[in-house]
Design a binder for this molecule. Sequence first.
Ligand code: 1CP
Length: 340
Amino acid sequence: MSDYPFLKACRGEATEFTPVWLMRQAGRYLPQYMAVRSKCTFLELCKTPELAAEVTIQPIDYLGADAAILFSDILTPVEPMGLKLDFVPGPVFESPVRSMADVDALRIPDPEEGVPYVMETLRILRRAFEGRVPLIGFGGAPFTLACYMVEGKGSKDFAHIKKMMYAAPDVYTALMDKITEMDRLYLNAQVKAGAQAIQIFDTWGGIVSPTDYEKFVLPYTKKLIDGLDRSVPVIHFVKGAGTMLDLVNRAGSDVVGLDWHVNLGKARDILGPKIGVQGNLDPTVLYAPHAHIEREVKRILDENAGRPGHIFNLGHGILPNVPPENAKFMVECVHRLSGR
Ligand code: 1CP
């Protein structure tokens, strides 16, 4: 089933309409999700394949999105490395990684043993979706995973990870090497379990200067992508990287994710005709009246100007309290306005 519009667009082939899905399309804005989530914790949900599969399917049924994304978190595979993880609701590591001894203590488990529930969820989903929508697996980019592992939680200034980068480069390098290897095994195991595309989320890749991105972030993402099973397309999303798309492109993905700080047409000119793009609607637009949502969808489609290799998406995850019907209307607009 390689002729799903989403997969064709990933490969740069022409499609009858522009495929669309939403980052974080399963989640708190959907009452169906809250009904399942009210009976267990977020981690229990991720670790129970039948429930994780159920909430993955919800936005496909409701929104009519053209691709499904595994329900999990970028941090689930970090827990079996030996770091106790909690969500409150953002992720928290009890003992952050700060020294070489901390790095040495991290394990690189076989994904089928470390995160069997992720692999089982993918197998259930592949059976459930066959002939309907393709299934996206995902992971965090090494740098974004390192941000959480070193800070211990989200951060505004990321002082701990930057301090490690600048003042203890040997510790930073050892940590990044270990995370990159874990990620490579994890994502390849997802492909083996049924993922038909892989998305790499580098949510914090844009917090460093272009010079530091090239030195401290890019080499690891590139090494990761070079080591992936390329029988499936790879999407690489770096938030806040609009000024360094040439560097992001060097990591070697098939598709580059775009946030909303960059003009899609200009981004495509920088990336070149062989690279697909995914994005780039400002997520807050889903709070706007329908007429405004429709104008913004049209503007982005116009910026793409019919070039093949465009996947419509938000520029970052869907926000809480978005009216579900606005998300559904957005998907409808993309299909209606791009139909050719
Ligand atoms: O209580 C709850 O229900 C938990 C909320 C929640 C959910 C629904 C978290 C905690 N993670 C998720 C699911 C999730 N996370 C998906 C699901 C698949 C989908 O429908 O798209 C995905 C792809 C992620 C990936 C993820 N987690 C990223 C990368 C993408 C992004 O949004 O930037 C990041 C940075 C995380 C960390 C994380 N997990 C949860 C929260 C609230 C956060 C963000 C914390 C922060 O801002 O630092």
